[in-house]
Design a protein around this ligand. Sequence first.
Ligand code: FMN
Ligand code: SF4
Length: 448
Amino acid sequence: MYAYDLKKKYMYNFNSFEELSYVCRTNKWDIALSKDTSVLSTSKPVIKTRKGSVELFCPITVHPMEGFDGLEDGTPSELTKRRWIRFSISGASLVWSEAISVVPEGRTNDHQLMITKENVDEYKQLISEMKKNADIIVIAQLTHSGRMSKNSATKTPLFITRNAEYERVRPNDVNVEVVSDDYLSSLPEKYAQAAKLAVEAGFDGVDVKACHGYLLGESLSAYNREGKYGGSYINRTRLFHECFDAVAAATDGNVIIGSRFGLSDMIKYPYGFGVTKDETPSPDFTEPIKLLKECVEKGLGVVDMTMGSPYFNSYVNRPANLGPYEFTEHPLAGVERLEKSGYEIKKAIPDLCLIGTGYSYLKEQSLYAAAGLLLEKRADCVGFGRMAFAYEGFANDMKNGFMDKNKSCISCGKCTEIMRAGGTTGCPVRDQQIYLPIYRKLCMHKED
Ligand SMILES: Cc1cc2nc3c(=O)[nH]c(=O)nc-3n(C[C@H](O)[C@H](O)[C@H](O)COP(=O)(O)O)c2cc1C
Ligand code: SF4
């Protein structure tokens, strides 16, 4: 727990733009900062679709943030609706939905969302409520949880490849067989069905998610798998391409196709995608850039970038002050890695709308990092995850050039702790009425 040695030294030691600039400068962390934040209200990023394009009213977006609070049939519950509505009135121009499973056996738990013919009208009502509040774009994150699947439809995880690094931290996985080629070949059709339903429900776009160690993410590092889905670059990217093509074929050309895409797993070769072959892996974007370029040719319009795996190296994906994980680097080094990595993609594929990530750690100073990122054109949009949980209306305040310290996320990891304890998650610090009792019960074992 809280094993981050440098934490005490650095925690909360930047309470102003000047302090954050000083910390970055003295440590040579290349994080773009700008005191002029007007770009947050003036920039209007464009996402290309296959037939045209969509303009966003501002560059601030909400990342996918799962609450694990769906009903057993995958329908959004009252808490899910509350969360999505809050996101829709945050002032952000785009809400990227949380993980929605394309098949029952691919859910992380029985409360993960799933879109079906039976519940599509519930989604329709919710999206229409969200759109009453603002002219937002809503993207459906379609997923199969693969190794992380655990639900009443299947008790064992669904692996695509043996992965010694994951199996080190999840030792029970060692005894599970990898799924068959036939099973994998059946999935593109499921993605297509879910995409059709998402469009019927009113989502503006569909995300073919490939990150964080879930099935399509892990398929990209299936170096050791035999057969048509493993080994070579062409084989490892086959399933992603097949799912992408199925979604494209099932949707009209005006529908946005996006991907929550892991640029580098930061897990050592041959178990991670987008990494060097060194003992301590660094990002190598050769294959990620190749794959993204191939998909941009076919209509990929937007990437909500991410890196790492929350189950293996959570600090890579969500730099934090505290959390139920071991931290091995300063969080600002993590912010820098995410920013520089995104910038490499932006330079290589300028036509792709790129959403940057990892800024909730900067609390209210994220305002200046968001502005710096956009002014230096290191990304087209800036996405927020934990901040969107914590701070109602965060994007409206950002656009007005201000953030309230007392509403900001403090990157304490409590939302993740609830998730790991199997609860319905949100922010027990800033949204106490709902989530503090849940946190106290599940994580502190205290009844109110
Ligand atoms: C509780 C929780 C749930 C999350 N759920 C999802 C999810 O459903 N899909 C996804 O792609 N990322 C998910 N993420 C990752 C976030 O989208 C985001 O990448 C991460 O929190 C870093 O952004 P931030 O620094 O603004 O929080 C989740 C993160 C947290 C803390
Ligand atoms: S619990 Fe709240 S304050 Fe803590 S990291 Fe999560 S969103 Fe941020």
